[in-house]
Design a protein around this ligand. Sequence first.
Ligand SMILES: Cc1cc2nc3c(=O)[nH]c(=O)nc-3n(C[C@H](O)[C@H](O)[C@H](O)COP(=O)(O)OP(=O)(O)OC[C@H]3O[C@@H](n4cnc5c(N)ncnc54)[C@H](O)[C@@H]3O)c2cc1C
Length: 293
Amino acid sequence: MKPATFDYLAPRTLPEALAALGEGAQVLAGGQSLLLEMHLKRLDPALVVDVNHVPGLDHLDVADGRVEVGALVRHKVFESPEAVPGPLGGLFARAVVNIAHPPIRTRGTMVGSLAWAHPASEWCALAMALDAEIDLAAAHGTRTIAARDYFLGPFRTARRPDELITVIRFPLLSPDTGVGFLEHRRTGFSFAQVAVGAAITIREGVVTEARIGLANCADRPIRAEAAEQSLIGAEIACPGGPRVPADHPFTRAGRTAADQDAAPVPEPHADVEYRRHVIAVLVARTLREAAIR
Ligand SMILES: Cc1cc2nc3c(=O)[nH]c(=O)nc-3n(C[C@H](O)[C@H](O)[C@H](O)COP(=O)(O)OP(=O)(O)OC[C@H]3O[C@@H](n4cnc5c(N)ncnc54)[C@H](O)[C@@H]3O)c2cc1C
């Protein structure tokens, strides 16, 4: 199908881009979700504002213990664990390869994923787990919003139609943090049925910090806070194989995530019971992966 008729604007400055945004306008970043939706006629914007020629939106900077990802940084950049210092770079590299396939990762952007807010988005789950901040700019001013206040539901966020996301900011992880990311999906290129990202710090055999982000485990990306809490202070003997024993703290955290944190919705290929089972298993395995790294 062809999209309905629309106007196209390719601004050369940020103020020009911001002046054009508002009700009925869509931002074109990587175009990997927008153009598909337009072709399927699920979106019919009157105006497409292509921000690819706006200078200053493609920066990836590290300052004050945080990494700033500009609106035009493509998924592909994060395939290299060195793109971002420390364990955070490793976590991004583990997550990004689950996003679609190389041509999509070459054009699509991390910020575009946050703007689109698919409940199964890997980046959105990590933004929740890691307490990311999102900078929004409009013609009348800018604001910063925490990820936990940003996601409102499937494809629904606190972004207003006249706002452009300019930056996502993640805190770097301390060098002794272990990271893991695992995903379950029907086919190689489908969206995740369940995805789990974890960062865990274990000092002298005891968990001191745990962060767990879940994708497609509710109507929006979530942080598994009850599961995290269940781990703090737990003594960990890391399981040798991929099967985590039933009485292990990681197994209990998986069950907690599935029963208390997650609110899975049924899908044609996965009812709620099945999805809770997958969440429990995947959280335990991701924590194990994080603990052995
Ligand atoms: C076959 C296929 C498989 C995919 N699999 C996955 C997957 O497994 N996981 C996953 O996370 N994604 C997946 N995607 C989506 C892909 O990751 C997109 O790149 C991403 O969702 C959107 O990024 P984009 O830069 O392409 O945004 P665009 O398509 O350009 O825009 C998407 C939406 O975000 C808005 N937007 C974009 N940038 C901004 C901004 N800076 N400020 C405000 N609004 C903005 C646009 O207005 C539009 O509504 C898949 C896509 C396809 C086609």
